[in-house]
Design a protein around this ligand. Structure first.
Ligand code: ATP
Length: 357
């Protein structure tokens, strides 16, 4: 049985169509990450699942049962937001157990569940502290603890780590991955952080303007994005798109010409569209002084220690970001000899469909 299903879900706010025919099926124990540009409907989808927003049409099912008409508390989901919303006058233990206390659960059961959740989250030493005496990461753990003791059918996380500093985010990200394994829980998670999406998700859902553009395993989406939007959205720094000057199919090979060079690729299987654009990810380039395809001019150099980012301009004036392994000596104004190796080629037709998807 699926843990969660959205079936032909639509949500209007007056005239505004915020969710358009959303169909999503989540398996028990799956970690689903929703990504997309600001305003694309991620939070709206989460809020409709939680029951905080009414759907305009369509159905939501949890464990095969329709919950569309149910109140939030009847749905058996727990939501963790970006703001922890802890009660400042209560201790950590009281905050975690508050929902159970309201539900009039026996004291011993509350104590037992609070301690178990605190152990999972490694905050058992702070149970008697008030939130103000905790770090941001510890506070977020308390908020997650509050969700864990409810033992919900689905955990909903709406950007839970975005208030934390970079180091804590990484730490909490790993903790969340561990927690997901340990609880074997179904989780739906919203983030703007590409690394969180790529590392935590079993499957990523890419949204855009209220629609789902593509659903798939992180590397499948990265390597075989269905269209230009998904190709440009996943990947940091993002891919650039260059108009083709021409193309030729030679048996099982496809040759594409752009920016004064040409690249030889395996012809896509089941090709139906006409290639008009190529997508180049920063790591599609390698240094090759002997036999370069292109020698773009370097504008800005960023040394990251293990890699070097070069912001360059192609002969036709387009900007291209180039990521090279190691510490490459280059300065602004240099021409850098590069060979192109499309690891997972991105070639688009006029409608923006990837011919290699
Ligand atoms: P962000 O990444 O910035 O949090 P999001 O993808 O979560 O964005 P939503 O908060 O779901 O986006 O909003 C989707 C769209 O619906 C936005 O254009 C927003 O302005 C609109 N919207 C959200 N809530 C309401 C509301 N109560 N009334 C009218 N429009 C709304």
């Amino acid at each position: 049985m699926t843990a969660f299903e959205a079936i032909s879900l639509d949500k209007h706010y007056g005239e505004f169509h915020a969710l358009k025919d959303i169909n999503l099926s989540v398996e028990p124990g799956e970690f689903i990450v929703l990504v997309g540009p600001s305003g694309c409907g991620k939070s709206t989808l989460m809020r409709t699942i939680a029951g905080l927003e009414k759907v305009t049409s369509g159905d939501l099912k949890i464990d095969g049962r329709s919950v569309t008409g149910l109140l939030p508390k009847e749905r058996d989901v727990a939501m963790v937001f970006q703001s922890y919303a802890l009660y400042p006058h209560m201790t950590v233990a009281e905050n975690i157990g508050f929902g159970m206390k309201i539900a009039k659960r026996p004291k011993a059961e509350i104590q037992e569940k609070v301690l178990a959740a605190a152990k999972v989250l490694k905050i058992e030493d702070y149970l008697n502290r008030k939130p103000k005496a905790l770090s941001g990461g510890q506070r977020q753990r308390v908020a997650i603890g509050r969700a864990i003791v409810r033992d919900p059918k689905i955990f909903l996380f709406d950007e839970p780590l975005s208030n934390l500093d970079a180091a804590l985010r990484v730490e909490m990200r790993v903790e969340l991955a561990r927690l997901h394994k340990q609880l074997d829980a179904t989780m739906i998670y919203v983030t703007h952080d590409q690394v969180e999406a790529m590392t935590l998700a079993d499957r990523i859902v890419v949204m855009n303007g209220g629609v789902i553009e593509q659903i798939g395993a992180p590397l499948d989406l990265f390597n075989r994005p269905r269209n230009k939007f998904v190709a440009g959205f996943l990947g940091q720094p993002p891919a650039i798109f260059v108009r083709l000057d021409g193309h030729e199919v030679k048996g099982s090979r496809l040759q594409v010409q752009f920016s004064g060079t040409s690249v030889d690729l395996p012809a896509p299987e089941n090709q139906t569209g006409t290639p008009v654009e190529i997508g180049l990810r920063p790591d599609f380039f390698e240094l090759d002084p002997e036999n370069p395809d292109l020698s773009p001019q370097v504008e800005v150099v960023e040394q990251l220690g293990d890699t070097t980012l070069l912001y360059t301009r192609l002969p036709d004036g387009q900007q291209a970001t180039v990521q090279l392994p190691g510490q490459v000596t280059a300065k602004s104004g240099d021409r850098i000899p590069l060979r192109i190796k499309c690891k997972s080629p991105l070639i688009f037709d006029e409608a923006g469909r990837n011919l290699f998807a």
